[in-house]
Design a protein around this ligand. Structure first.
Ligand code: PLP
Length: 340
């Protein structure tokens, strides 16, 4: 039994999902004739109360398209220092859109409206023009933390007052949704664009969706084409997305429960210095200064347990659809043998 906690992206399509994929009615999506893609896009748009949605092969491409939609070369984007768009998209913000990021020193990847206000450049020609604020919910590097919706609304007001656009990287928004019972339409109202991922907690093999109103989204399909993201009979993948939205949302609470139990087990170990507060399916922790990450990860690997090193001494475990009860019991038992 291999226990893979490196990411919630390691899931494989279930039997039910594969059946839904096999039965998909498809067409050439470049001609917008794939009825399953069209169905997924209108389903997601409707969930957020937005006009349009567009299916993407990756969350990175959906976010990069949003950056391009909202900025001009030379502009500046405000985001947290932990932001995925800054840390894990291969420098795409500067490569694709020619923008720089003004990093906020937030708390677990989250920041306040006041911090946004302070990060906006003055309106003088020798500054770069601040044009976009980007929020990530849940925060990946921040350990799956969930935003307070009141703060998001305050940030929305700051954006409105300063003529800034607001984008949500909602790769794991579904996790925040089940944990905090958030209202997706209220989210749709607050953001100009939102990207959501189907291939993480929801268990699809591929796919993210970008949502927004028509005035903004009319250019999105052109940018997706420029990035090479146009696809043909992709309804087979969209069918997996529809299946996941119909079947795999509510069960995310199980992943959250398991993550919290892992956190308790870890915090009992003498080699563990610190476990970040666990709100959803991500467990971020640090070892004591005199204990090497490599050694700990090797000990786990010897027991067929795989986790990820996030850098800056942070280790990460992520629970998911294919991490079952048996694996969970084995992990907790194995950790307990590492001493207290
Ligand atoms: C995974 C992830 C993405 C996109 O990842 P892809 O691998 O490109 O699909 C974007 N933002 C966050 C916060 C993520 O965790």
């Amino acid at each position: 039994m291999i226990i893979d906690l490196r990411s919630d992206t390691v899931t494989k399509p279930s039997k039910g999902m594969l059946e839904a994929m096999m039965q998909a009615k498809v067409g050439d999506d470049v001609f917008r004739e794939d009825e399953t893609v069209n169905r997924l896009e209108s389903k997601v748009a409707k969930m957020f109360g937005k006009d349009e949605a567009l299916f993407f092969p990756s969350g990175t491409m959906a976010n990069q398209t949003a950056l391009k939609l909202h900025t001009n070369p030379g502009d500046q984007v405000i985001c947290d220092k932990y932001a995925h768009i800054y840390n894990y998209e291969s420098g795409g913000a500067s490569f694709n859109s020619g923008v720089s990021c003004k990093l906020i020193d937030g708390d677990r990847g989250m920041f306040t409206a006041k911090q946004v206000e302070e990060a906006i450049n003055p309106d003088a020609y020798y500054y770069s023009k601040t044009s976009l604020v980007e929020i990530e919910n849940t925060t990946n590097k921040g350990g799956g933390a969930c935003w307070d919706f009141n703060e998001i609304n305050k940030i929305k007001s700051v954006c409105e007052n300063n003529d800034l656009r607001l984008h949500l990287d909602g790769a794991r928004l579904w996790n925040a949704m089940v944990e905090k019972s958030i209202n997706l339409k209220a989210y749709g109202d607050s953001f100009d664009t939102l990207s959501v991922c189907l291939s993480k907690g929801l268990g699809c093999p591929v796919g993210s969706v970008l949502v927004g109103n028509s005035d903004v989204m009319k250019e999105a399909i052109r940018i997706r084409k420029i990035f090479g993201g146009n696809m043909r009979q992709v309804g087979y993948l969209a069918a997996a997305g529809i299946y996941a939205l119909d079947n795999n949302l509510e069960r995310l609470v199980d992943d959250h429960l398991k993550a919290k139990e892992i956190g308790v087990a870890l915090s009992k170990l003498y080699i563990v210095k610190y476990v970040e507060k666990i709100e959803t399916n991500i467990v971020v922790f640090e070892l004591n200064d005199d204990f090497e990450e490599r050694k700990f990860m090797q000990q786990l690997a010897d027991n067929n347990i795989h986790i990820i090193n996030m850098g800056n001494r942070k280790l990460r475990m992520v629970t998911h659809l294919d991490y079952n009860d048996d694996m969970h019991h084995k992990l907790i038992k194995t950790l307990s043998t590492f001493g207290k």
